[in-house]
Design a protein around this ligand. Structure first.
Ligand code: UGA
Length: 429
C-alpha cells in the first residue's frame, strides 16, 4: 500500500520505517528541511535501538522515502498519517496548532479520495475538528475519511512495540476506511479493535493515565514500605503475580517523566474538567509523582546536609533507559535542583549527553560511567539503564570521598551494597 507519514519524530519515523519493513511504500514528510536532509543522507535525528539498521534497509530497498513537501506525500499516497507533536500549553491543555496546520495542508493538496489517520495523541473530539477543517479547506471538494489510530509504542522499545503490538486501535466515523486500515495492519498479526472515533481517542489518554497511575501507586506504596521496613520490590513482585494486576509498570522510581505521561495526564484532567468532571484521582497521581522527587531530594539533603560546595556524580540523564530523550526527564529535574542547592555535578548517560548539555551547561560530562564518582561526595542513579548494573562498584567505592549512593531506580541489592561498604539509599527498601 502507499502510505504517507507527516512528522518524523519518535512516533512518525519509527511508524513509517516499520510500515516499510512489512512491505508498504512509505513517504515520510517533515517541514524541517535540515532533518529531511539528514535522513536523506543516511543520518538519524534520534536514537532508538534497532532503528538505524531498519531505516537503511528500507531506504536501500526503495520502500522508504523522505521529503519536506506535504503535497508530494498527499499526492503519492492513499492513506496519510498525521504524527506531529501535540505539546502542552502553559495551562495544561494541548496545543493542536500543528495538527490544524497539517490538516489545512493536506486539504490544499488533495485531488482524490484519501484516508487521513491521526496518530498523534489528541484530546477526544479532535478527529471531528480535523474532518471539518479538511472539508472547509479542500478546494477540489473530493471526499476523505478521518480515522483515529493512536500509537502505544514506548521510546527505547519503539521498534519491538511497533512490530509486535498488543493491539491496533482504529476509530472511525463510518465503515468506509475500515478495510483499508485492516490491510495496512494485516502484516503485524495483532488484534484490531475497531471503535467509534471518540472512543479511540479516549483509549489513548485513558491508557497512558492508567499506566502513570500504576507507577504513582507503587511509588505511594514505597513510602509505606520505607516507614515499616517492608521491601517494595517484594511487594511489587507479589502483587504482580496476580494476572489482574500484572508486574509491569510497578517499578518504583523518582517519578515518571518523558514527553507523554506528564503531558497526557494534564490534558486528560483538563478535558475532563471541560466536560464537567473533576478527575481528582489523576490530580492525585500528579501530586504523588511530584512528591516522589521531593522525597528523593530530601533523602540526599538529610544525608549530605548542606549541598553547597558538594560534588555529586549522577548516572543517567535520559527520562528512561534506551533513549537519548531528555524531555521532562526526572533525571534532569533532579540535576537542576541539586545545582540550585549549590552542588557541582559530574554526569554521564550512555546516549543522552548531547541533548542534556543545553539544559545542564555547567555540569561536567564524563564519557566513562566508572569515572563519574571520581572525587565526589556521593553518587546518584537517576535513570534505569541496564548497563549501570555493571558499574565497577569496587572502583566506585574507592573513587568516592564518602561511599554514599542514592539509587532512584533500585538497580542494586541493598544488603549486597552494604556488604561492599556503601551507605546505600534506594526507594521503598
Ligand atoms: C508511554 C507509554 O508507555 C506508551 O505506551 C505510549 O505510546 C507513549 O507513552 C506515548 O504516549 O507516546 P514512554 O513515555 O516512551 O511511553 O515511556 P514509558 O516506558 O511508559 O516510561 C514513562 C516514564 O515512566 C519513564 O520516566 C519511566 O522511567 C517511568 N516508569 C515506567 C517508572 O517510573 N516505573 C515503571 O514501572 C515504568
Amino acid at each position: 500500500m502507499k502510505l504517507t507519514i507527516i512528522g518524523t519524530g519518535y512516533v512518525g519515523l519509527v511508524t513509517g520505517t516499520c510500515f516499510a519493513e512489512v512491505g508498504h511504500q512509505v513517504i515520510c514528510v517533515d517541514n524541517d528541511a535540515a532533518k529531511v536532509a539528514l535522513l536523506q543522507s543516511g543520518g538519524l535525528p534520534i536514537y532508538e535501538p534497532g532503528l538505524e539498521e531498519l531505516v537503511n534497509r528500507n531506504v536501500a530497498a526503495g520502500r522508504l522515502h523522505f521529503t519536506a513537501s506535504t503535497a508530494d506525500g498527499v499526492t503519492n499516497s492513499d492513506i496519510i498519517f498525521i504524527a506531529v507533536p501535540t505539546p502542552q500549553l502553559p495551562d495544561g491543555s494541548v496545543d493542536l496548532s500543528f495538527i490544524e496546520r497539517v490538516a489545512r495542508e493536506i486539504a490544499g493538496a488533495m485531488t482524490s479520495y484519501k484516508i487521513i489517520v491521526d496518530k498523534s495523541t489528541v484530546p477526544v473530539r479532535t478527529g471531528e475538528k480535523v474532518a471539518e477543517t479538511i472539508k472547509r479547506y479542500c478546494k477540489t471538494k473530493v471526499e476523505c475519511d478521518v480515522v483515529s489510530n493512536p500509537e502505544f509504542l514506548r521510546e527505547g522499545f519503539a521498534v519491538t512495540d511497533l512490530m509486535k503490538p498488543d493491539r491496533i486501535v482504529v476509530g472511525v466515523r463510518s465503515q468506509r476506511p475500515v478495510a483499508a486500515m485492516k490491510e495496512v495492519y494485516a502484516p503485524f498479526a495483532a488484534p484490531i479493535v475497531v471503535t467509534d472515533i471518540h472512543s479511540a481517542e479516549l483509549i489513548k489518554h485513558a491508557s497512558n493515565s492508567f499506566l502513570a497511575l500504576k507507577i504513582s501507586y507503587i511509588n505511594a506504596v514505597s513510602v509505606i514500605c520505607e516507614a515499616t521496613g517492608a521491601n517494595v520490590q517484594e511487594v511489587a513482585a507479589g502483587m504482580g503475580m496476580d494476572e489482574r494486576i500484572g508486574r509491569r509498570f510497578l517499578n518504583p522510581s523518582l517519578g515518571f517523566g518523558g514527553s507523554c505521561f506528564p503531558k497526557d495526564l494534564s490534558a486528560f484532567v483538563q478535558i475532563a474538567g471541560q466536560l464537567g468532571y473533576d478527575f481528582g484521582l489523576l490530580k492525585e497521581v500528579q501530586k504523588i509523582n511530584a512528591e516522589q522527587m521531593n522525597r528523593f531530594l530530601k533523602k540526599i539533603t538529610d544525608t549530605l546536609w548542606v549541598l553547597r560546595d558538594k560534588k555529586i556524580g549522577v548516572l543517567g540523564l535520559a527520562f528512561k533507559q534506551n533513549t537519548d530523550d531528555v524531555r521532562m526527564s526526572p533525571a534532569i529535574e533532579l540535576c537542576q535542583r541539586l545545582q540550585k542547592e549549590g552542588a557541582t555535578l559530574r554526569v554521564h548517560d550512555p546516549k543522552a549527553m548531547d541533548k542534556a548539555r543545553p539544559l545542564l551547561p555547567d555540569a561536567t560530562y564524563v564519557e566513562d560511567m566508572n569515572e563519574v564518582a571520581d572525587g565526589c561526595d556521593a553518587l546518584v542513579i537517576a535513570t534505569e539503564w541496564e548497563e549501570f548494573r555493571q558499574l565497577d562498584l569496587e572502583r566506585t567505592r574507592k573513587a568516592l570521598s564518602h561511599p554514599i549512593i542514592f539509587d532512584g531506580r533500585n538497580l542494586f541489592d541493598p544488603e549486597e551494597m552494604e556488604r561492599l561498604g556503601f551507605i546505600y539509599k534506594s526507594i521503598g527498601r
